[in-house]
Design a protein around this ligand. Structure first.
Ligand code: COA
Length: 384
């Protein structure tokens, strides 16, 4: 597969009380259009990831909002797969091009989360769990990932300091990203001594509640070549698992993530050794540990070693989450998958500034829905 990237756009992530859902989406769309140098009339279809617009903004039919913003009348649909909505939308856009139905596609992710209370958002997000088994019992997403953390720590003796280093590294990168929600560096003590949210996860183990949007414009190889695209998507894989943790074969891996990664590598004809950097789903610090192992960047139970030896910084052997990840860049849930794509393209174009990965040729994005019920992996390659 060779899908060219024509343009990318992203809004500042954070508490965006200055912009509504529509404005955020429009802002990202216009930035991507401007970056692509195409006219909006050249777009054949639009896919937009959005999870909680219906609950947090009372707004559905985001597909039509995306075309209305650009004064277009083309096919345009909203895609939902919890926190993986953005990546699934990207996969739908790729499928439209691969099938020949479209030549140029815009894919967006947008979320407006801070207009309602934390309690309302916590309830809305729990829609991504299993309502009958988990939601009904009073579990929340911090609670679900705390259960995963307990299982992993028990089995593999992951230290508190090593887990905290995930957030320390992500804040270090976020401090070098002008789009990030949190642009301040923190220490291991900051993480360990912050307010307990769901034992063992404290405030600084958690991604925040965020507003934001991101867009990417992709095209078939012929058009991409004509437009001198530097970056191509060479794999797109999606896998699923049970909604509830209780029904999983094991709590020591995210199986959907591993399957999606294996399929993506097969499609791209690469192994994990060829990956120069990865943008992964760290909705909670422990999730990044699972992600690194699902991607095959560390053996099962050994991801912590990469953090103890500081290899996951932008200039290390295995750079992870140079955007700041969900922790520091923020997590406007359905926008996250496209934000990851935007960061991958930024790195491969060599535009990462103070967080630029040296000699970046191949990057991977890994986006998870719920506690691992959906996982979507894309491979991005520089081809010039
Ligand atoms: N990391 C660091 N600081 C955070 C933060 C986070 N995750 N979340 C909030 N803060 C900060 C705020 O900036 C604010 O700082 P200030 O007082 O200096 O302005 C302070 O903490 C209080 O913010 P508030 O919005 O009142 O926090 P909260 O208690 O309502 O929410 C959490 C905190 C952790 C409960 C919330 O961020 C959360 O639910 N995160 C997880 C989201 C999630 O589950 N996403 C889906 C994953 S699959």
């Amino acid at each position: 597969m060779k899908i060219g990237v024509l343009g990318i756009g992203i809004t500042k992530f954070g508490e965006r009380w200055d912009q509504g859902l529509r404005d955020l989406l429009l802002d990202a769309q216009l930035r991507a259009l401007n970056d692509s140098k195409i006219d909006s009339k050249q777009i054949d279809a639009i896919y937009t990831g959005n999870m909680i617009g219906g609950i947090a903004s009372g707004q559905l039919q985001i597909g039509s909002m995306a075309t209305e913003n650009l004064n277009l009348h083309i096919p345009s649909i909203r895609v939902e797969g919890a926190c993986a909505s953005g990546s699934i939308a990207l996969r739908e856009g790729i499928n439209a091009i691969e099938s020949g139905q479209a030549e140029i596609v815009m894919v967006n992710g947008v979320e407006k989360m801070t207009d309602v209370s934390t309690e309302q958002i916590t309830t809305a997000l729990m829609g991504a769990g299993d309502e009958e088994i988990e939601g009904f019992a009073g579990l929340t997403f911090p609670g679900l990932y705390a259960l995963l953390a307990k299982a992993y720590i028990h089995e593999y003796d992951l230290s508190r300091e090593t887990l905290a280093e995930v957030s320390v590294k992500n804040h270090f990168h976020g401090a070098r990203n002008s789009y990030a929600q949190f642009q301040s560096e923190i220490t291991i003590d900051t993480v360990i001594n912050s307010t307990m949210v769901a034992n063992p996860l404290t405030l600084f183990d958690c991604s925040p509640i965020t507003d934001g949007a991101a867009s990417i414009i992709i095209a078939n190889e012929k058009i991409a070549k004509k437009m001198n695209s530097e970056v191509y998507i060479t794999a797109s894989a999606l896998a699923t698992d049970t909604l509830s943790l209780a029904k999983r074969e094991s709590l020591l891996e995210l199986k959907a993530g591993r399957i999606a990664a294996e399929n993506a590598y097969k499609q791209a004809g690469i192994t994990s050794k060829e990956i120069n950097f990865a943008e992964v789903h760290d909705c909670f610090s422990i999730a990044e540990i699972y992600a690194v192992e699902a991607l095959g960047l560390a053996k099962r139970g050994e991801a912590g070693k990469l953090y103890d030896s500081k290899q996951t910084y932008f200039d290390g052997d295995k750079p992870i989450n140079t955007s700041g990840g969900l922790k520091a860049c923020g997590h406007p849930v359905a926008a996250t998958g496209i934000k990851q794509a935007v960061e991958a393209v930024t790195q491969l174009r060599g535009e990462g500034g103070k967080r630029q990965v040296p000699n970046a040729l191949t990057g991977v994005t890994y986006n998870v829905g719920g506690s691992g019920a959906t996982a979507c992996v894309h491979v991005f390659k520089k081809m010039k």
